[in-house]
Design a protein around this ligand. Structure first.
Ligand code: KG4
Ligand code: ZN
Length: 356
């Protein structure tokens, strides 16, 4: 190892964001650039894998150039190149992996494959959070899990979703409500000014998720499909037969959005605090795109204040909650320090790997 800072170039292309970043010593973000594909996928109301892969191809090299230029770092000065190789859309992942391998070969640098979800788990460390062990709640478009994080590389799963991811449920309900794409932020915006009294439609589902949390026999597992289906039936006005969604007023649209947001946030908060109590840990981090949700932040803060044993809750800034390459470049520092590198046979893997 050279004596200067460990400089890692991170590359991310697992879904609909192409991203590149340079991080020093796993802590200091020197650059962090993201190209979103929302406009390309909007006409389809969801991410189209082939469109995503093509868009990654078009911008990945320019984005890497930009990240290096902004960081004031040359390829030769890098210590290693990290690339997200799972989980995600295989065609999309392959673009970033190919770029990472080509640069690792050309610049003669070690390559480090990173799990996207563990990158999300590391994001709070880049936001200045350094308490271990802590409980990590990851709530994104593709994943919803709870982890015990003993150190950046010692992570074990406490619970996970049995069906939809939290962000996926936000996106689907937003679609039912015709709120646009991407759904999560649009639904949050529609719900913004709704008072507590207008957030009650699905409160029974929150209660039953508390008393009836035995999905897969693990009370720390999540399920969002019942809540999503309740929203669907509410919008149809009946649970029987087939039928189109009702025409609803803008006020009712806002009330359904706010009631869904409230129930989803309460379920996430309930499980996260239950995990802290079960593990006897009083530090909680929340990351992934849904962690941008302001109501979730408010509910978590209120719950933390009510806990018998105070719990510190940390949310990274929004730019580190949604997909970015800094989180994986930061985590890669720890693999680098441990001498854990990947070969040029590193492959894309679509499926999440359960952490222990
Ligand atoms: O972490 P992320 O950028 O990508 C994945 O790894 O999936 O998360 C994207 C998800 C989407 O489902 C999006 O709708 C959701 O995060 N999201 C939100 C908000 N901002 C993004 N959901 C609720 N409220 C928000 N403010
Ligand atoms: Zn993500």
């Amino acid at each position: 190892m050279s004596s200067g800072p460990v400089l890692i170039l991170g590359i991310e292309s697992s879904c609909d964001e192409t991203a590149a970043a340079v991080v020093a010593d796993g802590r200091t973000i020197l650059s962090n650039v993201v190209a979103s594909q929302f406009d390309l996928h909007r006409p389809f109301g969801g991410v189209v894998p082939e469109v995503a892969a093509r868009a990654h191809c078009e911008c990945v090299t320019a984005l890497i150039d930009e990240a290096l230029t902004l960081a004031g770092v040359t390829g030769a000065q890098l210590s290693a190149i990290s690339v997200v190789n799972r989980p995600g859309l295989v065609g999309a992942l392959l673009v970033g992996i190919s770029a990472g391998k080509a640069l690792a070969l050309a610049w003669d640098k070690p390559l480090i494959g990173i799990d996207h979800i563990l990158g999300h788990v590391y994001a709070p460390a880049l936001g200045g959070f350094s308490r271990y062990p802590h409980v990590s709640l990851i709530v994104s478009g593709g994943h919803t899990s709870l982890y015990r994080v003993a150190s950046p590389m010692e992570i074990s799963t406490l619970g996970q979703t049995c069906d939809d991811a939290a962000g996926e449920a936000f996106d689907k309900v937003a679609k039912m409500l015709n709120l646009g794409f991407p759904g999560g932020p649009a639904l949050a915006k529609a719900a913004e000014s709704v008072p507590d009294s207008g957030r009650q439609i699905f409160k029974d589902i929150v209660t039953s998720s508390r008393t009836h949390a035995g999905e897969a026999d693990n009370p720390l597992d999540f399920s969002f499909s019942g809540l999503k289906t309740a929203a669907y039936y509410h919008l149809r006005g009946t649970t029987r037969g087939r039928g189109a969604l009702r025409d609803i007023s803008d006020d009712e649209r806002r009330e359904v959005a706010a009631s869904f947001e409230e129930a989803a946030c309460l379920i996430m908060a309930d499980k996260a605090f239950a995990a802290c109590r079960k593990e006897g840990i009083n530090a909680l981090t929340v990351s992934g795109g849904v962690a941008c949700n302001k109501r979730l932040r408010t509910i978590m803060a209120a719950k933390a204040a009510r806990e018998r044993r105070p719990i510190e809750v940390h949310f990274p800034p929004a730019s580190l909650c949604t997909d970015n390459a800094a989180m994986s470049a930061g985590l890669a520092y720890h693999y680098y320090a441990a001498g854990q590198f990947s070969g040029l046979d590193l492959d894309a893997d679509a499926t999440p790997k359960r952490a222990k």
